[in-house]
Design a protein around this ligand. Structure first.
Ligand code: BV8
Length: 238
């Protein structure tokens, strides 16, 4: 393990962590770029994860999310998720965890106050502003479930491309980035914004953890070439 980076971790009063799909790869959740297995192989996720795609073909997009939900329900957090949760438990208030992931595995590992920039795949919300008739518990089952009176559809409570991130969450993430002594950037290709921009606005040193080159390596003070579950336990042990 890179001793210099471990020294940075030990010396840091406030550590911000930004994670992406690579964080959950060792849990068995394919990353966004290699998520497209089997019947979804021919679809570009950046195309599917849009309001237009959902309105154009609601059942196709709903089924894609149902496929991912089933997969996520079968897996568990890995040693990388647990190392972050353990560090936060041992050092309350010293770490702010920001994730692009919608799988809930950080939360399942016990990480407190996770800033979920892109939502939560296991929750639904109404596509259009709900009327008095729109009761999710009474929604007509189907792909997707919908209101039996006005036809309003349920959609996954995630941020689709072209949609704004939850403002309060983004603001808290930006505050953490601009006040950190150290930012760990784990398992992200760094191509999706404004999430990737957080690494470029980090006040402290930036350390990338990724087995492959990423678009944020140029912003890094150190690049640790390895996986989240392998490196984070070593990096974060006291
Ligand atoms: C918006 C939820 C405006 C849905 C997601 C600036 C420049 C260029 C483009 C833009 C820009 N600003 C905005 C844009 C447009 C767009 C964007 O960024 N496009 C990209 C593709 C060019 N951004 C948006 O549309 C955002 N919204 O801008 O709104 C606006 C503002 C106000 C009012 C109205 C509108 C919304 C972006 C969020 C979209 N939703 N997810 C869902 O999940 O279905 S993004 C989704 O894709 C993920 O959440 C994540 O963010 C991204 C995937 O990236 P990664 O997580 O990094 O995963 P990836 O597979 O790419 O890479 C995995 C990495 O892990 C690899 O590097 C690999 O090497 C590594 N790895 C593999 N195994 C391991 C590992 N690492 C460690 N350990 C391992 N074991």
């Amino acid at each position: 393990m890179n001793e210099q980076v471990r020294d940075w971790v030990r010396a840091a009063r406030h550590i911000a962590v930004l994670t992406g799909a690579g964080m959950s790869a060792e849990s068995g959740v394919p990353t966004f770029r290699d998520a497209q297995t089997g019947l979804w192989a021919k679809f570009d996720p950046h195309q599917l994860a849009t309001e237009n795609a959902f309105r154009a073909n609601p059942s196709m997009v709903w089924d894609w999310y149902a496929f991912r939900r089933e997969m996520i329900a079968k897996v568990d957090s890995n040693a990388g998720h647990r190392a972050l949760a353990d560090f936060a438990r041992r050092h309350p208030g010293r770490m702010t965890l920001i994730t692009q992931n919608v799988d809930g595995l950080h939360q399942r590992a016990g990480s407190p106050g996770v800033l979920g920039l892109h939502g939560n795949i296991s929750q639904d919300k109404w596509l259009d502003t709900p009327h008095a008739c729109c009761n999710a518990d009474a929604a007509v089952p189907g792909s997707p479930p919908h209101c039996g009176v006005c036809g309003n559809m349920l959609r996954p409570d995630v941020v689709w491309f072209g949609e704004a991130l939850p403002l309060q969450t983004l603001t808290l993430a930006e505050n953490a980035a601009s006040s950190c002594d150290l930012m760990l950037v784990v398992g992200t290709s760094g191509v999706v914004y404004p999430a990737a921009g957080l690494a470029r606005m980090a006040a402290g040193k930036v350390v990338v953890v990724n087995p492959h080159p990423s678009d944020l390596d140029d912003a890094a003070d150190a690049v640790l070439s390895g996986t989240a579950a392998q490196l984070l336990p070593q990096l974060l042990e006291d």
